[in-house]
Write a protein that binds this ligand. Structure first.
Ligand SMILES: Cc1cc2nc3c(=O)[nH]c(=O)nc-3n(C[C@H](O)[C@H](O)[C@H](O)COP(=O)(O)OP(=O)(O)OC[C@H]3O[C@@H](n4cnc5c(N)ncnc54)[C@H](O)[C@@H]3O)c2cc1C
Length: 375
């Protein structure tokens, strides 16, 4: 409908968690939003088995939109226990950081459903099938964004030779609200607490090993995870399908620009369309939600005569968010590389480093607060 086409302030391409959150944040500030979303998922589509570790910053954003899932689907993490591949070990706990929880493990389908419902009841968000004319196009299409490519934006990808297998387990012993991670030369295993005796699994391992563990029988799979996790949670039972994601570190070289066909109109990238980090610290979506919070704030604070496509504002967003991403990307990449090295001296060094870090009061506390989204 060409008459409607003039009425939007922002067109959002991609209705994942980041795109929907942006739509709701902008609509709350009285901006009119077109959100490109595909038709409803078909009944037979597989359920996303993932559960994300979301920090305090993400919780505040989602709560302010009334989209934070109920307690059954958002489990507080009261401690973290990270094991090296020798005797290295690092522990964090919520009490010593003076918070109720270090993070929450959030069921992905439950969160997606809350956001989809909120979008349905927000009259300033119109769900559309095709791009519409708007002063600003926000690209939230995830890591494989075709619009990013169409706009000629370079995406510098560092592929890891690893994929992550995700699934869920029921465990014999209580997890006690502790998120546990084991670094081994073969990969990194994370068991994240869910409601009751269940945990979400994120197992990042060498690509060549992935088909075997994706398709092995349930018994061999749980026996292997029990061995890596040193039987900490007792007998493990597989209770969901397994799915895998190839891992990469990536960043777009430009996060905003002018539209080729209409130079007064602009585009901007957010979430995984702009950056990917290794899931070992569970920060990808936290960064994406912080992106859209910053973008919505900058657009909301603009002078009334400036359009949402004002490039000065968008560059301010790009600078702010690239600065926040840099330390996180470097830390995740460094840790991943350090634990991927099989040589014995490197193994000793990393475990020695973990023990030093464990004793390093202020540095450890700074890292914890950074990961919690408090800095
Ligand atoms: C195994 C694993 C575990 C993870 N764990 C965590 C964690 O614990 N904590 C955390 O913070 N992060 C985690 N992440 C990262 C997190 O998954 C991503 O950062 C997050 O999903 C990015 O959201 P997004 O909305 O930007 O992109 P996506 O989730 O990829 O959504 C993009 C949306 O755009 C749509 N789309 C794509 N192309 C088009 C198009 N051309 N037109 C219209 N729509 C389009 C897609 O269908 C999709 O709906 C994990 C990632 C993996 C792989």
């Amino acid at each position: 409908m060409p008459a409607m086409a003039q009425t939007f302030d922002v067109c959002i391409r991609g209705a994942g968690i980041v795109g929907r959150t942006l739509a709701l944040l902008l609509a709350r500030e009285r901006m009119r939003v077109a959100l490109i979303a595909p038709p409803q998922r078909s009944q037979g589509a597989p359920r996303d088995v993932r559960a994300y570790a979301l920090n305090l910053g993400s919780r505040a954003i989602l709560e302010s939109l009334r989209c934070w899932p109920d307690d059954e689907h958002a489990t507080p993490v009261t401690g973290m226990d990270v094991f090296g591949d020798l005797d290295g070990r690092v522990q964090f706990d919520a009490a010593s950081q003076d918070v109720d929880a270090l993070a929450w493990i959030v069921d992905v389908p439950a969160l997606e459903q809350r956001l989809a419902e909120a979008v349905r009841y927000q009259p300033l968000v119109e769900v559309v099938r095709e791009p519409v004319d708007a002063p600003l196009t926000a690209v939230c299409e995830g890591r494989a964004s075709s619009t990013r490519t169409e706009f000629g934006v370079a995406f510098s990808v560092t592929p890891y030779s690893q994929s992550a297998i995700a699934t869920r387990l029921r465990c014999e012993l209580p997890h006690g609200g502790i998120a546990r991670q084991w670094f081994t030369p073969e990969g990194i295993l994370a068991l994240l607490p869910l409601a009751g005796h269940e945990v979400a699994v994120v197992w990042s391992l060498e690509q060549s090993l992935v088909p075997e563990w994706l398709h092995s029988d349930a018994q061999s799979f749980t026996t292997r995870l029990q061995a890596i996790s040193q039987n900490t949670l007792g007998q493990l039972e597989l209770i969901a399908d397994r799915a895998s994601w190839p891992l990469q570190q990536a960043v777009a070289d430009r996060w905003c620009g002018a539209m080729a066909h209409e130079t007064r109109h602009s585009w901007v990238l957010a979430g995984d369309a702009a950056h990917n980090v290794h899931p070992l610290a569970g920060q990808g979506l936290n960064l994406g939600l912080a992106d859209v919070q910053a973008l919505a704030r900058i657009l909301q604070e603009r002078d009334p005569w400036r359009s949402t496509g004002n490039t000065r504002l968008l560059r301010q967003y790009e600078r702010e968010r690239k600065a926040a991403l840099a330390p996180m990307g470097l830390a995740m990449d460094g840790l991943q590389q350090l634990f991927a090295r099989p040589e014995v001296p490197v193994q000793r060094l990393r475990n020695w480093g973990m023990k030093g870090f464990e004793r390093s009061g202020p540095l450890k506390s700074w890292m914890a607060r950074q990961a919690m989204g408090l800095l």
